[in-house]
Design a protein around this ligand. Structure first.
Ligand SMILES: [Zn+2]
Length: 417
């Protein structure tokens, strides 16, 4: 049972204007002047953010506190948790408009703010960097078939791969987020306050606090090869930015191309790393184009039951009927982890998405080659999605169907499962 379970006075964030002890100057090149992100509620007088740590998991933390399993004032012991590789600082970190959705200094807090932490301030990392060995059946198969060669370091003869993996929590600089998506900051704050059911009153009552740690899914980066190649203009960078699709990524559902695209992207990354470059997979928890999995499954049913059957011509329309929009991923936020890594050029971009291409290039990241998914990797029921995307202008080097072909049913009926 945790200590300090006694009831404490509730601090009403909507009615107090105390100012902050550690103000944040977003984009400052000196971390001490930039200031530490303090999202812990252990001492609310020091908090300089709206929201709290751990993204969507902050709700589970609240439950553990409520049940008495976790002390509300527990501070993490950060001994030996420091990053396994150095990343940055890079010039991108010092431009307040370049990175707006993560804290570029988030992996370094245990060293940068050691004095404050030693003095008892609860400052927590928002980025963690470790190493892993991963096993992807598709890569193992490619090694066994001799399609991909093991090198003993990046890719082992067993088909396993060595990676550096990085977890990044969302840390939003609200003025920058608003500017990136093209709305007024107060409009954004008000909508977020209202649409979360009033979860964070400070969004509207504390315009002096510009940092929001939203309760949303996070981002993970998997790096293959030598990280120093990222900033070496003579070495190549391969990349796939992948938005989560649990049904395909993990369970192999054949209605979309997500897992095949991910594993193909990993293969491209490994190949580039083996030539002395580096491969970067950025994995965003933005399930179902950030519409959520319930919406996604409703759309699947509506697609398959509609008059005329599941066909490319009605692919986007069915989503919009249910969700009200086709997509809520806000790709303009997507380049931030790449800016953080110091990426300025991607030689091999494993993606057909024009939204991702435009987001990266409009923010100064050059894309040399766009790599499409090989046709033989497209699952049977995913033709509808693929044909619809190609017809909508996604990058491809194959055939784009005409309107008659797009109107033909090409997806499986519900009775056929
Ligand atoms: Zn998918």
């Amino acid at each position: 049972m945790a200590e300090n379970r006694q009831l404490r006075a509730i601090s009403l964030t909507s009615h107090t204007h105390r100012g902050v002890k550690y103000p944040i100057q977003w984009g400052q090149s000196d971390p001490l002047q930039r200031g530490p992100i303090i999202g812990s509620i252990a001492d609310s007088s020091l908090k300089n953010t709206i929201g709290s740590h751990a993204g969507s998991y902050c709700v589970y933390r609240a439950m553990a506190v409520a049940k008495g399993d976790l002390s509300p004032v527990h501070k993490p012991d950060l001994t030996n948790t420091e990053p396994v590789v150095d990343i940055g600082p890079y010039p991108q970190w010092f431009d307040p408009a370049k990175i707006v959705s993560i804290d570029p200094w988030g992996h370094r807090v245990a060293s940068d703010f050691k004095a404050e932490i030693d003095a008892g301030v609860d400052i927590r990392p928002t980025i963690a960097i470790t190493k892993a060995r991963i096993t992807i059946p598709e890569i193992q198969y490619a090694v066994l078939q001799g399609l991909v060669k093991a090198d003993g370091k990046i890719l082992l003869a067993s088909g396993e791969a060595n990676v550096t993996k990085i977890a990044l929590e969302p840390v939003w600089h609200l003025p920058g987020i608003a500017e990136r998506i093209g709305v007024e900051e107060m409009t954004l704050r008000r909508a977020m306050f209202e649409q979360t059911g009033g979860m964070f009153p400070e969004l509207v009552t504390r315009p002096d606090i510009s940092i929001f740690m939203p309760p949303i899914g996070s981002t993970t980066i998997y790096l293959f090869g030598d990280i120093d190649a990222i900033t070496d203009p003579d070495r190549e960078v391969a990349c796939r930015v992948h938005d989560e699709c649990n049904g395909s990524d993990v369970f192999g559902s054949d209605i979309c191309t997500c897992r095949p695209y991910l594993t193909h992207g990993i293969e491209v990354c490994i190949g580039t790393a083996q030539k002395g470059g580096v491969g970067i997979i950025v994995y965003n928890r933005k399930e179902g184009r950030a519409l959520g999995e319930v919406t996604k499954f409703l759309v699947y049913n509506a697609r398959k039951r509609q008059t005329g059957g599941d066909r490319a011509a009605a692919y986007f329309e069915r989503t919009e009927c249910i969700a009200g929009v086709e997509d809520m991923r806000f790709q303009p936020l997507m380049p931030d982890p790449l800016h953080w890594l110091g990426v300025t050029r991607i030689d091999h971009m494993a993606s057909m998405s024009n939204m991702k291409f435009d987001a990266l290039t409009s923010q100064g990241i050059e894309i040399v080659n766009r790599v499409t998914i090989p046709d033989d990797l497209i699952p049977e029921d995913a033709r509808v999605e693929m044909d619809a995307k190609k017809a909508a202008g996604y990058f491809c080097d194959g055939e784009v169907l005409n309107s008659e072909q797009l109107a033909e049913k090409s997806g499986r009926d519900l009775e056929a499962y």
